[in-house]
Design a protein around this ligand. Sequence first.
Ligand code: EPU
Length: 416
Amino acid sequence: MDKLVIAGGKRLAGEITISGAKNAALPILCAGLLTADTLDLSNVPLLHDVSTMLRLLRQMGLQADQNGERVMLNGGAIDTLEAPYDMVKTMRASILVLGPLLARFGEAKVSLPGGCAIGSRPVDQHIKGLEALGAKISIEGGYIYAKCKKLKGTRVVTDMITVTGTENLLMAATLAEGETILENAAREPEVTDLANLLIKMGAKIEGIGTDRLVIQGVERLHGAAHSVIADRIETGTFLCAVAATGGDIILKNTRSDILDAAMDKLRDIGVILTTGPDWIRAQMSARPKAVNFRTTEYPGFPTDMQAQFMAVNCIANGTSQVTETIFENRFMHVQEMNRLGAAISIEGNTAFIKGVEQLRGAPVMATDLRASASLVIAALAAQGSTTIERIYHLDRGYDQMEVKLSKVGADIVRVK
Ligand code: EPU
């Protein structure tokens, strides 16, 4: 298994190009199931999760040609309406095939995702919404069996805000009969990006970007071309890296307007940020200042940035409190950061961090995607050498992170 070896203490300077967003690309690839025509997708990030999704879609009969960051999909010959356990267990986002399959073919068999490293993550709201749209759903042998003649529009109020739940129901509603209203919808930019693609495919959706999506079902959707939105979490991760190491970096092919809450915290930390329409420059020359925050749904502070900001707080001047409200077990990085010399304690869903002058390199283990990214940041700022094991987690969601960081001066190598 690959490892990363990082010699900390290098200032970062230079340019990094940001990839397309993983969490937009995954639902967008599933939208290929909604039409018999061709989707021409660009800025699709080269990630393990994208490869896994393409493998799943191909075994359903979807034709998928990947050429770098361009992917052509054709759903004219779908013949298997099933997502097997072997695939769903490696990637929970596989559940995103459920809504499209049901809406277009009236049938789907999708493995129930199990628990995962960051929480139990049930899919009851996906099921509740599809049942409200008229699907008959049963769960047998760990599989969701869903059937319907034709989905029928209705008003769905989810018990909580769910990102992939909103995306599944939105895709299903595009081909349902009549009007569907999704209340308490997720407003994440990745949901908006999916909705924008669906509109190009002929869907009728109002309220995009709000918590109330109103969808008028159409008979069929057609082909379209779409460029995936920039990855705000990859962007934020590199901004945290420079906050921790000091330096001057420019991030290209990204957007600052979908990262407000994190950018405000970076300014409080002491990072000087300047922005243009598709770039962000971050300059940092002092020791970071500690910041308190609490994760919430968009446009609040993203849970997917919690671990990376915690890495900065570890070496900041002052003490801080970080509260995780979205997932019940998203502090797996804390023990590993403490191995690097951090002073973090946890009470319930709040971490208390006492900033230390200096972290020191040590062997650590990555436990999930964003935890891995936070360990990279801590290691870049630490004195001495850190080895991070199990970086397959990182490869799921970051396109060649070590290559991008090397280009801006980090001493980071992948050891096979
Ligand atoms: N929830 C339920 N029932 C449901 C759905 C969600 O109880 O049917 C709960 C979850 O257990 C969680 C909360 O609602 O406590 C929010 O979960 P949500 O459904 O919004 O998460 P998700 O759709 O499974 C997506 C991202 C995650 C990101 C979260 C929150 C994708 C593919 N994944 O997950 O990304 O953390 O939204 O913003 O879009 C990551 O990229 O590292 C990652 C984990």
